[in-house]
Design a protein around this ligand. Structure first.
Ligand code: SF4
Length: 450
């Protein structure tokens, strides 16, 4: 198979850039939607259950997307891209990149798009956690809850409501409580621990309470048809997501160089939370993205990763340490991010009969993966590592996480029995312990390559 030796592989990657552009232009896009339709309500979301928001004809928003990504002038680049594509369409962007690629300035543009967006995300994460600390949110709480509180402080005003789903996590409750003084229509869905009929009925009745709140807020009536319509779309997208993980990412030839591919996967994962605030556009984008990836590989514009060990990096939805991904890429590995598969989100939801109840069941299922002693989470991580033919796993601990981090002990034992090498890194804030992590990752890669 011919393999392009290019440093970056974003030529012929319009859909990839489109996905990243939509993700990082949340502020611009949401303001545009509001301008077009001032009555539309914005609902802040933290986990990928946004079908219910779409069904209420409101705009789901992962608030981090509403931040201004000023790092290395990323916001200016994004705006230029918006203006160019508004006037000339996305093909113009591709043509520009093709021409620009062969000039120094052009190579810099490509550079910014590939690496700086994730850098910009890391920078914003650091900024909002600092804000949380300065405004009295406990410094000894986990990174995830500090980040969520900080984002709400900085850009929460855009949201008309807040839809949080919690799985017995003390820090998440703390975060939710701390929003009450300033967040309008602050709603938390407390998912029961078990899976039985009573749990289903309780969760369904709580979800109905949220729906009633949304009906008052939006003036729209809830309909199961609309929920089914949204779920049918996401079922289709989940199947594509699985294909990208278990076929494309697993292949010997991958569509981008390993670092770029990891960054693309990070954007895919985070954008799945709110579908970049527009499910229909997201559907088209993701379908075309999948086709684009296949085409790059089939037309010989892929990257030969046959000698590049695969490292499954998990959990990362509570915080991705960008430096770890860069270090592993420099050491010759390719990082795969599969949290939504591991935590069960990529399972389809049945859209016949009682759709709301089926959605509730889907939400309940995730509970089995959470909790400090989750055998299921440990076993699923092993299953996914095996299905991906991963050569090792990087377990990303987050300091003070009471819900997921403690699973490491059980997971390590299961991985040892399965012969899967594991390395652990931990952070309190992003960008910390880099030297120490580097030493660990070097030793880990030596072990894998032996
Ligand atoms: S699951 Fe862990 S990281 Fe997420 S909010 Fe709870 S304690 Fe924090």
């Amino acid at each position: 198979m011919f393999v392009s030796p290019k440093r970056y592989d974003l030529i012929n990657s319009v859909e990839t850039i489109k996905l990243a552009h939509a993700f990082f232009s949340g502020r611009e896009l949401v303001n545009m939607y509001k301008q077009k339709n001032p009555g539309k309500k914005v609902v802040s979301v933290t986990l990928p259950y946004s079908e219910i928001i779409v069904a209420m004809d409101a705009i789901p928003l992962n608030l981090l997307r509403y931040e201004e990504f000023t790092y290395k002038n990323t916001h200016a680049l994004l705006r230029n891209m918006t203006n160019l594509t508004k006037t000339f369409g996305w093909t113009a962007m591709d043509n520009l990149m093709k021409v620009a690629y062969f000039t120094r300035a052009g190579a810099d543009i490509v550079d910014i798009i590939v690496e700086n967006l994730i850098g910009a995300l890391t920078e914003r994460n650091a900024y909002v956690t600092k804000q949380a600390e300065q405004h009295g949110f406990p410094v000894d709480s986990c990174f995830g809850s500090r980040m969520l509180y900080g984002i709400n402080l900085t850009v929460g005003k855009i949201a008309d409501a807040c839809f949080d789903v919690v799985y017995r996590c003390p820090f998440f409750y703390k975060y939710y409580d701390s929003l009450t003084p300033f967040m309008k229509n602050n709603y938390i869905l407390d998912v029961p621990v078990d899976n039985g009929d009573t749990a289903e009925k309780t969760l369904e009745s709580d979800l109905m309470e949220f729906i009633s709140m949304m009906e008052k807020l939006t003036g729209n009536r809830f309909s199961e048809e609309r929920l089914a319509e949204a779920l049918n779309i996401t079922n289709e997208l989940k199947a594509l997501y699985k294909e990208i993980l278990f076929v494309i990412a697993k292949n010997n030839v991958i569509p981008y160089n390993p670092l770029t591919f990891s960054n693309v996967q990070a954007v895919m994962m985070y954008s799945f939370i709110d579908f970049n605030s527009n499910l229909k556009a997201y559907k088209t984008n993701l379908k075309n993205l999948y086709a684009e990836m296949l085409k790059k590989v089939e037309s010989g514009n892929g990257f030969d990763a046959s000698k590049t060990p695969k490292v499954l990096y998990t959990p990362m939805f509570t915080g991705l340490e960008e430096e770890n991904v860069k270090i592993l890429s420099r050491l010759g590995a390719r990082v795969i991010l599969a949290d939504w598969e591991i935590f069960g989100y990529l399972e389809p939801v049945n859209t016949s009969n009682n759709v709301l109840r089926n959605f509730v069941r889907h939400m309940l299922k995730m509970g089995q993966f959470l909790g400090p002693n989750s055998e299921t989470l440990a076993s699923t991580m092993i299953r996914v590592a095996k299905d991906l033919n991963a050569d090792g796993v990087l377990f990303q601990s987050s300091f003070a996480c009471k819900n997921i981090a403690p699973v490491l002990k059980i997971f390590k034992e299961k991985a040892r029995l399965s012969g899967i090498p594991v390395v652990e890194t931990s952070f309190n804030n992003m960008g910390e312990n880099i030297e120490q992590n580097k030493t660990r990752l070097e030793a880990f890669m030596e072990m894998i390559k032996e």
